[in-house]
Design a protein around this ligand. Sequence first.
Ligand code: NDP
Length: 275
Amino acid sequence: IFIPLLGLALALYFYSAPENFNEEMLRGKRVIVTGASSGIGEQVAYHLARMEAHLLLTARTEAKLQKVVERCLELGAASARYVSGSMEDTTFPAVVVREAENTWGGLDMLILNHIGYSYFNYFNGDVGQVRKLLETNFLSYVAMTVSALPMLKESEGSIVVVSSVAGKIGSPFAASYSATKFALEGFFSSLRHEFIIDKVNVSITLCILGYINTENAVRAISHVIRSTPAPKEECALEIIRSGALRQRELHYPPGAVGSLRYTLFFLSNLQEALK
Ligand code: NDP
């Protein structure tokens, strides 16, 4: 019990987080956004562009990234570029971070958001698929963090990790995905404690998201979850806000985890789908 209490005391003493969000906080900041070719990551990029940040975007599909970069420049980004590649490739995380280092010589915010494909159904016993998903959804997050940490320590910057309610509560049909999100929770919560004990002023924000209206999510689960998904644009803004305020966790939509009603509703809809 002593170590967590010591950590908390040190946190209160050394760690001063800003209280109010102001979009100017992001002006001129150097930000990497992963999974930025579509969905929430794309919206994060557009908000940051409006806020006049410098952007380095990444995902696999070059044609989509090109369009997102063009739009970011139209919206007012201080600069915008991309690196395309797959996070299944274990060398790629370091390539992305090196690009930031070569271009900017530093980094203020690392937004880890990408996910690989996972099916929404009974676990099919394919261990290889779980291993591949762990590489994309979890190990690449760790690798990017390791590569970016020297620059983030220098800037006293922020790491933002996009996770899910499925990383807090086990629910049917998402075993592999859920495992990767629980892994993020374990790793980054532990790392945050170490930063506090070690007086490393790099914040770690875990974003616990419920159902959001991205094309891929709606395609994958709208037949099972009938509730209205939350808007990806607002979700993206909340992700940036919580990172800038150096919050430990974002829950979006609000109460997505804590509300038992939401959880029961979610599970009862799944059971209906099983009939
Ligand atoms: P999308 O499927 O819309 O976007 C995923 C992004 O990841 C795309 O840019 C995709 O681009 C990229 N990507 C896919 N595979 C790889 C790969 N192997 N290597 C590198 N990049 C890859 O996802 P969402 O926007 O819906 O989700 C974003 C985050 O939010 C995820 O972490 C997700 O778990 C979380 N979340 C989303 C919820 C939702 O309801 N939408 C609910 C809970 C959490 P490309 O194909 O070009 O590589």
